[in-house]
Design a protein around this ligand. Structure first.
Ligand SMILES: *Cc1c(COP(=O)(O)O)cnc(C)c1O
Length: 394
């Protein structure tokens, strides 16, 4: 065996390299390499110019991100996908690759809190203006569009009242003014909805939620077709939104069961929504799969295999009832979503604490609002925990 230099003890000998290359591992290994060795100056030149396909530096691209991107491209039937360090990085990547100072964005008034903050305070600093719109009021969206409008951003299933947006109609409005429609598909995931097929230009997901689905990964993904991709890879590398190989490796394992997990979680979520709907201590239940939900018909047309894993409801007993439910510890209070097990959140004290009481009320959020993220446990177990957790009706 050729003697190796001590300082590069992690570089395999020629003999070991040959042994590794003799067969193909059925599961792609984790590539924890910051840099790849180049054979010659010409090869380095060509790799860095993008004339030769291959890896040089992890921040620019690495095999585990590329494998996860392939899975995302398959899910969304997209030409391209980029993987980022978080969902917020994926939104930033979309914005910085498509927009510039002077542009205007139509921003849904029902977005994840940090996304609202990004558009309403961070991007205004960079000269990107916005107007808040109700994405379910198509006339108002059309009226708010201007010549400078270059992007419309909405969530497939909006946070936290689970209103469903009409992606096809919004795409049409966006395209009339020459804007791109960016859809945050985190709550739905591609197991339920594929926004690109409905006319959206770009779709992103926080992989940290149900996509990976095991509560152990922080990652984002952005997918789209050729027309909107020219700047994406460069912006991802230059702004340093890069993902970690380990997170990508875990996410590949996570999404391999996405369809199965979503089928189970959606079926349980519907059963949960029906159970809550029949109780007197619940003021209201928001679930797009219930016929009384304002977007039931749209959701039935737009979604496949279920209505998602999120259920929002309002306890008649307000904050006190919410505190009681949380104190029962039957369902863990985790201010996030999309874990393998069922968790709950309380928007007033977590995701929507930055809003005034009036602003929250306008969105339909009260002290008694609870947002459930249904997991993949047997349906009976989730129903049982809920019944135990809810204060009994006297
Ligand atoms: C969590 C979340 C994000 C942000 O994703 P991170 O991975 O936490 O950065 C964006 N949109 C929605 C709807 C989310 O739930």
């Amino acid at each position: 065996m050729a003697k190796k230099r001590e300082t590069s003890s992690n570089v395999p000998s020629a003999e070991l390299q040959q042994r590794i290359a003799a067969t193909t591992p059925h599961n792609m290994p984790l590539y924890l390499a910051a840099v790849w060795q180049c054979d010659s100056t010409d090869q380095a030149d060509q790799l860095l110019a993008g004339e030769l396909s291959g890896y040089v530096y992890q921040r620019d691209k690495h095999p585990n991100a590329d494998l996860f991107a392939e899975a995302c491209m398959d899910f969304h039937q997209a030409d391209h996908a980029a993987i980022t360090s978080s969902g917020m990085a994926a939104i930033s990547l979309a914005v910085l690759s498509q927009l510039q100072a002077g542009d205007h964005v139509l921003v849904s008034n029902q977005l994840y809190g940090r996304t609202t903050l990004l558009f309403t305070s961070e991007l205004t600093r960079l000269g990107i203006q916005h107007t808040l719109i109700d994405p379910c009021d198509l006339t108002a969206v059309r009226d708010a569009a201007r010549e400078q409008t270059k992007m419309v951003i909405v969530e497939t299933i909006a946070n936290p009242l689970l209103r469903v947006v009409d992606i096809g109609a919004l795409a049409e409005i966006a395209h009339q003014v020459g804007a791109v429609l960016l859809v945050d598909n985190t709550f739905a995931t591609p197991a339920i909805c594929k926004p690109l097929a409905l006319g959206a230009d770009l779709v992103m997901e926080s992989v940290s939620k149900f996509m990976n689905g095991h509560g152990d990964v922080m990652l984002g993904m952005l997918a789209g077709n050729k027309e909107h991709w020219s700047r994406v890879e460069m912006v991802n590398a230059a702004w340093g939104f890069a993902s970690s190989p380990l997170e990508c490796w875990l996410a590949c394992r996570g999404v391999s069961t996405l369809t199965l997990r979503m089928r189970q979680a959606s079926a349980t979520a519907l059963a949960v929504a029906e159970l809550l709907n029949a109780r007197d201590d619940i003021e209201s239940v928001e679930y797009p799969g219930l016929p009384h939900h304002p977007d039931f018909e749209l959701a039935s047309k737009q979604f496949q295999s279920g209505f998602g894993h999120m259920v929002t409801f309002e306890l008649a007993g307000g904050r006190e009832a919410a505190d009681q439910l949380i104190a029962s510890q039957e369902i863990p209070f985790c201010p996030s979503l999309g874990d393998v097990g069922t968790t709950l959140s309380h928007p007033v004290s977590t995701s929507h604490r930055g809003l005034s009481a009036e602003q929250r009320l306008a969105l339909g959020i009260t002290d008694g609002t609870i947002r459930l993220s249904v997991g993949v446990e047997p349906t009976e177990d989730v129903l049982e925990s809920l019944k135990k957790a809810l204060p009994s009706v006297s």
